[in-house]
Design a protein around this ligand. Structure first.
Ligand code: ATP
Ligand code: F6P
Length: 448
């Protein structure tokens, strides 16, 4: 694509090799890393060995299948991991892959040595990521959250599935050789102990590896919600102007007055923190919210540079080339003296990192910024995210779940103008098609 990314500068290929007993969150962590890196335009893909195993015939194995003395089953499992690794190697070559994740238990040293050798032969940096956990309650919760509904246990009673899965873990425990600072002192690895109560980091070599480490260190799995809202309708919105720092319109003020009730209905008595941008319209919108508030410059609206304060019609007339170029590649297009969507994503990275660390947060910000944040949580591809419709006077509730994010949309029922501009026109408003697309995105199951 010819676009700057950390990985293209370093010319790197990394293989993140997951390590850990079943139900330790390896797939969860793998999928999150892929979503995070993809959002930052770093090519990443997860290769889940369980899916390969199911494809080659072992679709509903009982715990005995995972007994390391079961030679026939062992052969099938080796076959599954070999196919996953072959596909991963092909992906590095054919698709210029940067971060491949091998999602399997990789519990034995012999398996890890085999992967290490393959990585070295193919100029790929191996980075082991172990999730170690002895919190029995958490493990049981994980089993009931995701394992009893896994395709492995299709049609099986949840209690029976749980008991079989615990036996499966037992089979792995017999051969498990955790990473350790003595034996593995020369390996690049991160070891997460009981989520991130303790984190052991060894021999990190590159900037990209250190970003991955920092990201996984910040993850938590406590239940929580994230609410997103645009500011209420502003005077500039009514005048069809972009950018600026105008105040709310009377209808925007009505939204500000109603926001506390909408939030309370959705959050109940739960405590939360409100994040706004530094612009007047988000602060006016948040003014009646009875929670702690924090302003972030990084949440300010995409900077329209020389076009700030103009309507789309004026831009089309004064800068026709720019108007066309933006429609052609809205994600990459940078306003002269201003920003592109890509620029906004890069400045939002600390926000995403902090969001991962925090519990309940309500973000009151702007259309382009919300599109970028929403794209991260819902795994929306770059070419689509700048075209998503996020209307005014609507509160969006995100609920991060095991393998994705659930979305709920709460309308305030206070009229507002549409600020949505379709491709190829300078007029505002949504066609039926776009409105439908929006609905699908909002109700669609998490992006993973
Ligand atoms: P398997 O080896 O059977 O594929 P797994 O280790 O990949 O299991 P996941 O399928 O990812 O396990 O389990 C998901 C569950 O793990 C979710 O409920 C999630 O909340 C939880 N989880 C996420 N991170 C961690 C962690 N670091 N430690 C323990 N549990 C975690
Ligand atoms: O539950 C354990 C599991 O995720 C299985 O679905 C999968 O077959 C296996 O791990 C893959 O890991 P390994 O090949 O290391 O056993």
């Amino acid at each position: 694509m010819g676009v700057y990314t950390v990985s293209s500068v370093e010319n790197l290929r990394i293989c993140v090799v997951m390590v850990g007993l079943p139900a330790r969150g390896k797939s969860f962590i793998s999928q999150k890393i892929v979503r995070y890196l993809s959002w930052l335009s770093i090519k990443a893909k997860c290769f889940n060995v369980g899916s390969y195993r199911r494809q080659i015939g072992a679709a509903h194995p009982s715990a005995d299948f995972f007994d390391f003395k079961n030679e026939e089953a062992f052969r099938i499992r080796e076959n599954a991991v070999t196919q996953a690794v072959e596909d991963m190697m092909k992906w590095y070559e054919d698709d210029n892959g940067v971060v491949g994740i091998l999602d399997a238990t990789n519990t034995t040293r012999s398996r890890r040595d085999w992967i290490l050798k393959l990585c070295r032969e193919n100029a790929i940096e191996p980075m082991f990521l172990e999730s170690w956990c002895d919190d029995q309650e958490m493990i049981l919760r994980n089993i009931s959250d995701v394992k009893t509904c896994s395709p492995d246990y299709e049609g099986v009673d949840p209690e029976k599935a749980t008991s079989d899965f615990l036996q499966r873990i037992g089979k792995y425990e017999k051969v498990y050789q955790p990473l350790d600072l003595d034996h593995d002192k020369n390996l690049t690895f991160v070891k997460l102990v009981n989520v991130a109560q303790e984190v052991i980091v060894n021999q990190i070599q590159t900037y990209l590896e250190s970003r991955i480490v920092f990201y996984v260190m910040n993850l938590h799995i406590r239940p929580r919600f994230i609410w997103l809202s645009r500011h209420g309708e502003s005077i500039y919105n009514v005048e069809k102007k972009i950018g600026g720092d105008s105040s709310l319109s009377p209808r925007g003020m009505q939204y500000a007055a109603k926001l506390p009730e909408l939030v309370r209905e959705s959050a109940g008595d739960a405590d939360l923190t409100v994040w706004t941008s530094t612009l007047c319209r988000t602060q006016q919108s948040a003014q009646y919210l009875p929670y702690k508030q924090l302003q972030w410059k990084a949440l300010d609206e995409l900077d329209a540079g020389v076009c700030d304060g103009m309507t789309y019609e004026e831009i089309e007339e004064k800068y026709p080339e720019d108007f066309k170029a933006r429609d052609e590649d809205k994600y990459e297009y940078r306003y002269p003296g201003g920003e592109s969507y890509r620029d906004v994503v890069i400045r939002l990275e600390p926000i995403i990192m902090e969001l991962e660390r925090q519990e309940n947060i309500l973000i009151v910000t702007h259309q382009a910024v919300l599109r970028c944040i929403y794209a991260y949580f819902m795994n929306v591809p770059q070419e689509e995210s700048p075209w998503m419709s996020i209307p005014l006077h609507t509160l969006i509730r995100l609920e991060p779940r095991a393998y994705g994010t659930e979305v709920k949309r709460i309308k305030a029922n206070i009229p507002a103008v549409s600020t949505y501009k379709e491709k190829g026109t300078s007029q505002l408003g949504e066609s039926v098609n776009d409105a439908t697309k929006y609905r699908n995105l909002l109700t669609g199951e998490g992006g993973n």
